[in-house]
Design a protein around this ligand. Structure first.
Ligand code: THU
Length: 135
């Protein structure tokens, strides 16, 4: 299992991989799966702005596309003054594979961390139970 420090280092290193020529707002993420696998992501923007993908979903889709569908923790890094919170769309996507207990660690540009859970960030997320699907 990765330590939080290792995940913080990986998320922060991904700030240099961000493709952000329009917002100039880099985001890096390190996602730890239940089985210990770690996937990183960065935001990837596009001249057709709406096609931009956030760092968290980049990491999530890398993990799921390689067979890792149970998420334990994500660390988000930014260079902003505030903590780098996941956007609403990313919260919903992370909930699909992490559920309410998934840990979320958000860093600010100074490297301070705030720790919370996905359940706190997205109450009443749309999930299989809500749809009436068998669990
Ligand atoms: N961004 C992320 O990568 N993750 C978030 O959760 C918030 C926003 C990116 C998208 C865009 O490239 C830039 O940050 C500014 O919104």
């Amino acid at each position: 299992m990765a330590t939080e420090k290792e995940l913080i280092e990986k998320a922060t290193a991904m700030l240099d991989m961000a493709y952000n020529p329009y917002s100039h707002f880099p985001v890096g993420a390190a996602l730890e799966c239940e089985d210990g696998a770690v996937y990183t992501g960065c935001n990837i923007e596009n001249a057709s702005y709406g096609l931009t993908i956030c760092a968290e979903r980049c990491a999530a889709f890398k993990a799921v596309s390689e067979g890792h569908t149970k998420f334990k923790r994500i660390v988000n890094a930014g260079r902003c003054e505030d903590y780098c919170w996941p956007c609403g769309a990313c919260r919903q996507v992370l909930n699909e594979f992490g559920g309410a207990a998934m840990e979320v660690v958000c860093l600010n540009g100074a490297g301070d961390a705030v720790r919370t859970t996905l359940g706190a960030l997205i109450p009443h997320a749309v999930d299989a139970a809500w749809l009436g699907e068998p669990q």
